[in-house]
Ligand binder design. Sequence first.
Ligand code: C5P
Length: 221
Amino acid sequence: LSAGPLNGKHIIVTSGPTHEPIDPVRYIANRSSGAQGGALAAALRDLGAQVSFVTGPASVPPPAGVKVIAIQDAREMLTAVTSALPADAAVFAAAVADWRVKNTSDQKMKKQNGALPTLEFEENPDILATISRHAKRPPLVVGFAAETETVVEHAQAKRLRKGCDWIVANDVSPETGIMGGSENAVHLITEGAVEDWPRMPKDEVARHLAQRIAEALEAKP
Ligand code: C5P
């Protein structure tokens, strides 16, 4: 057995998109590939962590050597994360749908002579915010923020609003090529500091972040 800095630590990672059902065959989704979440789970595993990987229907396969908990929608993701507690840390890299369809249909919806269906929405639970204020809150909670303007200011406000310890923020404006690309340029926002990390491959971002998580957990009891 190799002695990694995260040996004996349990870390929850959420990843991928969610699929919110409309009827038994249709859903609403987003373009998250699950690449950054998967890379992060692999990097934490490589440092010795026991990883619970709660993933929506991602387009990249989950890494080997982690406990994969596959879910479809936001409410299932919240249940899965809550059931995986307690944990030493939790990292929320999933792109959770903000809304779900309220008037889902038990049967496949049919065309009705040109009459158009209307979807009503209701808000999904915010998993990051819920776990940040949970009685069994992990000692380290990390969220992500994808922004297109005033990235750092928005992410600092998000850190306080969500109640997490760190926010990993990036600029996803189309001209950056980050969304769907293999590289990322992030800012690590902590209680007292903002770090601007250079642009690097997403797996390298994952390795640096895993290293920082290991250092933070060593500093905490
Ligand atoms: O508010 P926003 O979606 O920009 O926040 C992004 C962060 O919150 C990410 O870490 C994401 O995984 C998490 N989140 C969540 N549950 C939601 C929405 C976002 O855990 N319903």
